[in-house]
Design a protein around this ligand. Structure first.
Ligand code: BES
Ligand code: MN
Ligand code: ZN
Length: 488
């Protein structure tokens, strides 16, 4: 784990702070921010000279350094002033942390330049600063990497918003770490330990079911996937009651497949290592729950994580086998590599049967087809409730985490019906694979619970580097969207 834990702020002037790196901003029309102008005067106009000579254009992410007697001044390009919205502020924050890491600076004082925006957003600034500070270096010495950022102090700004942004970004960094850990580290047991750690830090009830209890509960689909591996599976339930007797609870369900070999329908060897990311759905649930455990919002939330490996062994489930899920529906397993929908079938039917929910969301690296359709930039969504889907889209607009809706029309739903069981875990061959996944899951959402499925097989990892994104690996995408949707 390596990222800045908290962004703090101070009311003191910059000259009374002792950070080595002072950060100010410049917009694309070459207009310096308020503190930028002050520092320019302090440095005898050297910044405006650079700008006049065209060496400082204010393009987003452009970073130039200047030198005072005992400190380095970083001027960060902020882009066009009229487009300096939350996402631009977040990107600027990310660029600052990345510039600091590259130049091996560990203590920063940052102008609250979001005050220059029509809509100052200190939460976005803190999110960008923390997310940009993230590196995954747990498993190597990394002598060349340079030191981590130790402190970032914002001059002025809104302290509660900065703290909130830090906590939310901390949840995203937790999800990135869990996603990046290989399958022999981020095991179902490790996910259960994380859930217990989060639950132990506040009043959150955490229940962990072991293999035998999972079977006793009638979760035959999870049992079926887990029977090919010796690694103990876990069914994790986290219950946060921040509004007892108030609103109905909301459920978050995350696919916690800690390594997906495909099972007997084995995957090709090339890039099979990427299947360590197959638990990124569960990492979203843990990231949100961690933020909730600290921010303690007034709502009720249930996190559910079915977790196992999908391996091949003497006991492994075979193509053609029929499994019975928690809600009693039988599933013909035509491809053991379509295992995510199997373990989610039990989790969705468990939580929608046992709780009267406001709504349920599930997050899953479910289909390679969503990567073909949308690449790494966007999450595929589909669901049963137009209003909830619109709210998801509205939150997506706010947080910059792109979603795209697929239709869950009747024709597609027919395609997961089986001739010898209630449903089958494949749709129509290679056609409309992402929708087939959603159509299958819909069979396990009980009690007409409003539900939206997030297929994060592309967006959870491997995205081209964003200013506040990781260089490579897990992204922690849609955690911020979910927190916005929850109204936190
Ligand atoms: N975990 C995979 C989906 C996946 C693919 C995630 C690429 C991340 C990157 C999932 O379990 C899977 O194997 N899906 C199959 C479904 C098919 C057999 C219907 C797929 O997409 O090929
Ligand atoms: Mn699979
Ligand atoms: Zn999978």
């Amino acid at each position: 784990m390596s990222y800045l834990q908290e962004v703090t702020n101070t009311d003191r002037p910059w000259s009374e702070t002792n950070a080595r790196l002072l950060v100010v901003g410049i917009f694309e029309n070459q207009e310096l921010t308020t503190l930028g102008q002050e520092i320019d005067t302090h440095l005898d106009g050297v910044i405006s000279k650079a700008s006049a000579l065209g060496d400082l254009t204010g393009k987003p992410g452009e970073a130039r350094t200047f030198y005072d007697d005992d400190r380095v001044v970083l001027v960060m390009g902020l882009g066009p002033r009229d487009k300096f919205d939350s996402e631009a502020i977040r990107k600027a924050g990310g660029s600052i942390s990345k510039a600091a890491l590259a130049s091996k600076q560990t203590t920063l004082v940052v102008e609250c330049f979001c005050a220059c925006s029509d809509k100052p957003d200190c939460q976005a600034l803190a999110e960008g600063l923390v997310l940009g500070s993230y590196r995954f270096n747990d498993h190597r010495k990394g002598d060349d990497d340079g030191p981590d950022i130790e402190t970032i102090t914002v001059l002025g700004g809104d302290a509660p918003d900065l703290a909130k942004g830090s906590v939310i970004a901390g949840g995203v960094c937790l999800a990135r770490d869990l996603g990046n850990h290989p399958g022999n580290v981020a095991t179902p047991t490790r996910l259960a330990e994380e859930a217990e750690r989060i639950g132990g830090s506040c009043d959150m009830k955490v229940t962990i079911l072991e293999r035998e209890q999972i079977a006793e509960q009638g979760m035959g689909a999870l049992v079926g996937v887990a029977q090919g591996s010796d690694e103990p599976p876990k069914f994790i339930v986290m219950e946060y009651a921040g509004d007892p007797g108030g609103r109905k609870p909301i459920a978050l369900v995350g696919k916690g497949l800690t390594f997906d070999s495909g099972g007997i329908s084995i995957k090709p060897s090339a890039q099979m290592d990427e299947m360590k990311f197959d638990m990124c759905g569960s990492a979203i649930v843990l990231g949100v729950m961690q933020a909730v455990s600290i921010l303690k919002p007034e709502l009720n939330l249930i996190g559910v994580i079915p977790s196992t490996e999908n391996l091949l062994g003497a006991k492994a489930c075979k193509p053609g086998d029929i499994l019975k899920a928690y809600n009693g529906k039988t599933i013909e397993v035509l491809n053991t590599d379509a295992e995510g929908r199997l373990i989610l079938a039990d989790a969705l039917s468990y939580v929608t049967t046992n709780h009267d929910l406001e709504y349920a969301l599930d997050f899953a690296t479910l289909t390679g087809a969503v990567l073909i359709a949308l690449g790494h930039h966007t999450t595929g969504i589909m669901g049963t409730d137009e209003d909830l889907i619109s709210r998801v889209k509205a939150s997506s607009e706010k947080t910059g985490e792109k979603v795209w809706e697929f239709p869950l029309w009747e024709e597609y739903c027919e395609e997961v019906k089986s001739k010898i069981a209630d449903v089958k875990n494949l749709g129509k061959g290679r056609n409309s694979g992402t929708i087939a996944g959603g159509a299958f899951l819909k069979e396990f959402v009980e009690n007409d619970t409003p539900w939206v499925h997030f297929d994060i097989a592309g967006s959870a990892w491997g995205e081209k580097e964003k200013p506040y994104g990781p260089k490579a690996g897990a992204t922690g995408n849609v955690i911020r969207l979910v927190i916005d949707l929850l109204g936190i």
